[in-house]
Design a protein around this ligand. Structure first.
Ligand code: GUN
Length: 283
């Protein structure tokens, strides 16, 4: 292996320690950061994700309240719950776990969250703030990727970053964050012909598609930094990313593993956003 590993578990641990320290300081001022998590229905993956979010919160001193609702909850009733949480001064962050049941309009639900409490960073006001460089909450996964690049002291200025994937929660905000760091940014996606022609030019590659072995060694410039956002199950049921890790690690300069890379960083950044929502509210 020639690439150095960017250890998401170790970096996330450092971030959680920092969050725990700042949370203790805020509590000394009488404010406990409080995340309200809203889960509708019984999607098995969502159940696991929200359990992690609750445990991460309590381990770092944040309060997390999990609200469970049946899958047949009326959209109007969910909107009413969100409005109540918006008005509750003891709640600093609101997270509605996705996906929502099919009878609900997820956009409408997310837009109901107060941008001041939008710790997922999914609200259009949060996306707009990121786009124009104003203060607002950044989506946790791309923010975690940026922190990983910072952790290796990597300067993005003038570098060519290629983002693979154009989702609202990873690809697009990732591109904006890299652009704000003065990288030259290319966004590739499912309609991009000859993906390798783009990735071979890249100093930094962020793969966020959800397709096993999408990025192989022949598509990577020697020494490039490779960030793998993918979360897939291979034929044996093992968790793997979008990057052919065994091949790419022989070419890249830096690489993130799956598991133990971006995943723990996403979880850590939610704690950071919730703490910051509480710090802002406390003044
Ligand atoms: N479902 C899968 N990932 C996420 C996430 O980061 N936030 C929310 N709200 N739902 C999700």
């Amino acid at each position: 292996m020639t690439a150095q590993l960017i250890d998401g578990n170790a970096l996330a641990r450092q971030i959680r320690n920092d969050v725990a320290g700042r949370t203790a300081a805020l509590k000394a001022r009488g404010v406990q950061p409080h995340l309200a998590i809203v889960l509708v229905g019984d999607d098995p993956a969502s159940q696991v994700y929200v359990k992690h979010k609750v445990n991460d919160s309590s381990e770092t001193g944040l309060q997390a309240t999990l609200e469970r609702h049946p899958a047949d909850l009326a959209e109007a009733d969910l909107l009413a719950r969100i409005h109540a949480l918006n008005e509750d001064p003891s709640v600093h962050g609101i997270l509605v776990q996705l996906p929502l049941p099919k009878h609900m309009d997820a956009h409408k639900v997310i837009e109901a969250i107060s941008p001041a409490k939008d710790v997922d960073g999914f609200h259009v006001a949060s996306a707009g703030a990121l786009m124009v460089g104003q203060a607002g909450f950044w989506p946790c996964t791309p923010h975690g990727c940026l922190r990983m690049l910072e952790s290796i002291g990597y300067s993005l200025r003038g570098k060519h970053a290629v983002v693979i994937g154009r989702s609202n929660i990873v690809g697009k905000p990732m591109a904006m964050m890299l652009l704000a760091q003065s990288a030259t940014v290319t966004i590739c996606h499912s309609a991009t012909p000859d993906l390798g022609a783009f990735t071979r030019q890249a100093d930094v590659i962020v793969a966020a598609v959800g397709k096993q072995n999408l990025l192989t060694a022949d598509m990577v410039k020697p020494g490039a930094v490779v960030i793998d956002v993918g979360m897939n199950r291979n034929a044996e049921g093992k968790l793997c990313g979008d990057v052919d890790f065994d091949g790419v690690k022989e070419v890249a300069g830096w690489i993130t593993p799956v598991p133990g890379g971006v995943g723990p960083m996403t979880r850590a950044m939610l704690l950071v956003n919730t703490l910051e929502a509480a710090e802002r509210a406390a003044g």
